[in-house]
Every structure is written in structure tokens, then in C-alpha cells.
Design a protein around this ligand. Structure first.
Ligand code: EPU
Length: 417
């Protein structure tokens, strides 16, 4: 199993390019199942999760290929079976986003129920209830969601909890349903908007994405389209925090500052000097960060996917900061690893209280989930000594060539096989 060896006290400075967004490209690949033609997708990040999604569609018989520039071509008309098997879904729970499009286009789907994961129990009841409200027959048998329909019917669905992939699944399902579907209390994340833009580019009729009410007028068919995936706001934020923690400077290119308002505002409060252009953000951190208080919540509030990185920022700050996690019940697995690196952190329920100090110290640590792993990389870059991070397959799921990108910013990170 690969490990990352991180040489500490790094000086982070330079320019890095953001990749396409993981959480956009996964539902976009799934939405291509809705199309009666050929889809071309560009700005696809080179991630293990993308490989799982490509494998999943390939197993269904979909004609899917990727070129050397990572442009994906997908023709779902060759599909032979609407099945998402356990061996793939267990490696990537986002596979659940094939349920809506399979059922809507091919009228049946057998998708393994994703279990919990390191950050929480993560049920999919709202995906299932929404599809039932649209007239699907659904049973859960032998760990699989078995769904059939003659044709889904438009419905008004009010989510009790804001769910990103739940909103996406039902938006895709409604695209080829008969009649109009209204999703209330929908997720407003930029990745939901990206998905709706892609569906509309294929001839769908979705309006209101980015607000909490999304209206989808069902159409009979979608046609082929070319689409370029949105930049990854969480990868962008991770580079910015790494520079802030290490009192460095960074410019992230090919990104979109308008997607990171809450994150930029906290970095600003921590003392970073931030400049933005249409598709770039630069950050300069002249002195150690000041502690900030963070409260995660659905977009446009502060993202849970940036929580772990800000715990590290507070751990090397001047002052005491709190971080409250409201989305997932168990997203503090990085805390005990950071404590092993000398961070002063106390957990009280869903809040951590972090007392900043000058320097972390290297230690062998375990990556427990994707964003927790990113926080350990940032901590390792700041610490004195050499940090070794084990189980880095979590990082490869969602960060493209992380050691190479940080290497260009002056960090010394080695992958050890
Ligand atoms: N929830 C339910 N029932 C459901 C669905 C969700 O109770 O049917 C609850 C969850 O348990 C959680 C809350 O609703 O407490 C929000 O979960 P959500 O469904 O929004 O999460 P998700 O769609 O599974 C996506 C991202 C996550 C990101 C969250 C929150 C993708 C592929 N994943 O997950 O990304 O943290 O939204 O913004 O889009 C990551 O990239 O590291 C990552 C975990």
C-alpha cells in the first residue's frame, strides 16, 4: 500500500492549476446515461473515483473511453444491464448517483446499497423516498436497491435534510419523467448547478438549480453534447489553506473564486491577503494565521469538505479557534492523528476547540478519509521532521497528482510504494 513521505518546514510558493471538480464529474458521468447519443466531457480530473465510475459504466456495457487529454466519450446506447454491483459501490458510495438515470432511462436498476463510511452512516433514504414519490417500485433485497417503473411521473418532493447527491439523483430521474417535478429544500451546491447545466446542454429542461427550489420539466429524449466540468473548489481551497498554514503564497489558476466565498472570507479573517480575478485566486500569508471559528453547513455556508484543513490552520494559529461540524456525525477522525503531531485539540460533541501553537511535529499518521488525508498533508508540510502518511488511497480518490502539484509549489513529498 502506498504511503506519502512529507518533509516538513516547507516554504509553499508558486502557481498551481485546479483540476475539474470530483463532485461534479461523478454525477455528470452518471447523467450521460440519460442521453440518446454520444457525450464528450472535458476537464475530467485524473482520480481513482473517476476510474471507478468509468469501470461501473463499462460493466453495464456502456461504450466509454478516455483519451490522453482525459476527455471522456460516452455512448450509453450500448448498455446491456442496469446493475451497480457491490464490489464497485463499496469502493465509492457516490456510485448511488447512477440509480436515478438508470431508472429514468432504462426503467429498471439494481444498485448496491452503499454502506456507511468513515465520516458517518450516510443513509440514502431520501433518494429512495423521492423515486417512490415519482412512482417507482422499489424494494431493498440482499443489500441491493431493486427499482422498476413503466415511466417515472413528475412529483413535488420536499427534502427533510439538504442532500447533494439526493438532489442530483432526483434531478436526473425527473429529466425523462412525464410531467414536472419540483424539488424543494434542494441542495444549492455549485456541483448541482453544473449537473443541471449539463442536463440542459443535452436538451433537458431544468431551472432553479443554485436555489432551494429546482423545477424539472420532463422531456422524452436527450441528445448528445460536449461539456466542460467546473473547477474543483475544494482542491482550490486545500492549496490556499496549505499556503496560509505555511506562511507562503500561492496562485491557483483555472478556478472560480465565486464558488469559495465562505472559505475566502475565513482565510481573510485569518490574516491572508487574497486577490482574485475571473478564473484565479492568489493568497499571501505574511505572518502566522489568527484563529478562526468555523461552522459547517450546506452551500453557500462553509463546506464540510474544508473543515479538516481549517482545523490544521487553527492548530498553528495565534489564538483559540472552534470548528463545529453539522453535516456528518463522525467527521473528526483526523483529530487524533493531528494530536499525534502535537496539535492541541479538545473534542466536545460536534465541536473541536483548537489552541494554536507555533509548530507541529512529524509523526507516522493514518489517512482515514479523503479530506482528513488532505489535512494531514498540510500538517506534515508545516511540521518539523518527516511525516509518513499511510493509507493514502483515500487521497488518490479525490486529489489529482497531489505530490506533483505540491512539488511545483516547493514542497518535498515522496510517494513510497
Ligand atoms: N442524508 C440523509 N438521507 C439521505 C441523504 C443524506 O439523512 O438520503 C444526510 C447525510 O447523512 C448527511 C447529510 O444528509 O448527514 C448531507 O449528506 P449529503 O447527501 O449532502 O452528502 P452526499 O451527497 O453523500 C456530497 C459530497 C460529499 C460532501 C457532501 C456534503 C459527492 C459525491 N459527495 O455527499 O463530498 O461532503 O455532499 O457537502 O458529491 C468529499 O468530496 O470528500 C465528500 C465527502
Amino acid at each position: 500500500m502506498d504511503k506519502l513521505k512529507i518533509f516538513g518546514c516547507a516554504k509553499i510558493a508558486g502557481v498551481v492549476t485546479a483540476s475539474g471538480a470530483k463532485n461534479s464529474v461523478l454525477p455528470i458521468i452518471a447523467a450521460s446515461l440519460l442521453c440518446d447519443g454520444q457525450v464528450h466531457i472535458s476537464n475530467v480530473p485524473h482520480l481513482d473515483d473517476v476510474t471507478v465510475m468509468i469501470t461501473l459504466l463499462g460493466r453495464m456495457g456502456v461504450d466509454i473511453s478516455i483519451d490522453s487529454h482525459l476527455n471522456l466519450s460516452i455512448n450509453p446506447n450500448t448498455l446491456t444491464e442496469s446493475i451497480a454491483p457491490y464490489d464497485l459501490v463499496k469502493t465509492m458510495r457516490a456510485s448511488i448517483v447512477v440509480l436515478g438515470p438508470l431508472l429514468s432511462r432504462f426503467k429498471s436498476a439494481r444498485v448496491s446499497l452503499p454502506g456507511g463510511c468513515a465520516i458517518g452512516s450516510r443513509p440514502v433514504n431520501l433518494h429512495i423516498d423521492g423515486l417512490k414519490a415519482m412512482g417507482a417500485d422499489i424494494d431493498v433485497k440482499d443489500g441491493y436497491i431493486v427499482a422498476t417503473t413503466n415511466r417515472l411521473q413528475g412529483a413535488r418532493i420536499v427534502f427533510d435534510v439538504i442532500t447533494v447527491t439526493g438532489t442530483e439523483n432526483l434531478m436526473m430521474a425527473a429529466t425523462l419523467a412525464s410531467g414536472t417535478t419540483i424539488l424543494e429544500n434542494a441542495a444549492r451546491e455549485p456541483e448541482v448547478v453544473d449537473l443541471s447545466n449539463f442536463i440542459n446542454k443535452m436538451g433537458g429542461n431544468v431551472s432553479g438549480a443554485g436555489t432551494d427550489t429546482i423545477t424539472i420539466k420532463g422531456v422524452d429524449k436527450l441528445h448528445g453534447a460536449n461539456y466542460c466540468v467546473l473547477p474543483d473548489r475544494i482542491e482550490t481551497g486545500t492549496f490556499l489553506v496549505a499556503a496560509a498554514v505555511n506562511q507562503g503564497s500561492v496562485t491557483v489558476k483555472n478556478t472560480d473564486p465565486t464558488l469559495l466565498d465562505a472559505v475566502l472570507s475565513k482565510l481573510n479573517q485569518a490574516g491572508a491577503i487574497i486577490k482574485t480575478g475571473k478564473n484565479w485566486i492568489s493568497l499571501n500569508m505574511p505572518k502566522p494565521p489568527q484563529a478562526v471559528d468555523i461552522h459547517t453547513a450546506p452551500y453557500p455556508a462553509f463546506p464540510t469538505d474544508m473543515q479538516a484543513q481549517f482545523v490544521v490552520l487553527n492548530a498553528v494559529s495565534s489564538g483559540v479557534g472552534t470548528v463545529t461540524e453539522t453535516i456528518f456525525e463522525n467527521r473528526f477522525m483526523h483529530i487524533s492523528e493531528l494530536q499525534r503531531m502535537g496539535a492541541d485539540i479538545k473534542i466536545e460533541g460536534n465541536t473541536v476547540i483548537i489552541t494554536g501553537q507555533k509548530q507541529l511535529k512529524a509523526a507516522p499518521v493514518l489517512a482515514t478519509d479523503l479530506r482528513a488525508s488532505a489535512s494531514l498533508v498540510i500538517a506534515g508540510l508545516q511540521a518539523t521532521g518527516t511525516t509518513v502518511i499511510d493509507r493514502i488511497y483515500h487521497i488518490d480518490r479525490g486529489y489529482e497528482r497531489i505530490e506533483e502539484k505540491f512539488g511545483k509549489l516547493g514542497a518535498k513529498i515522496q510517494r513510497v510504494h
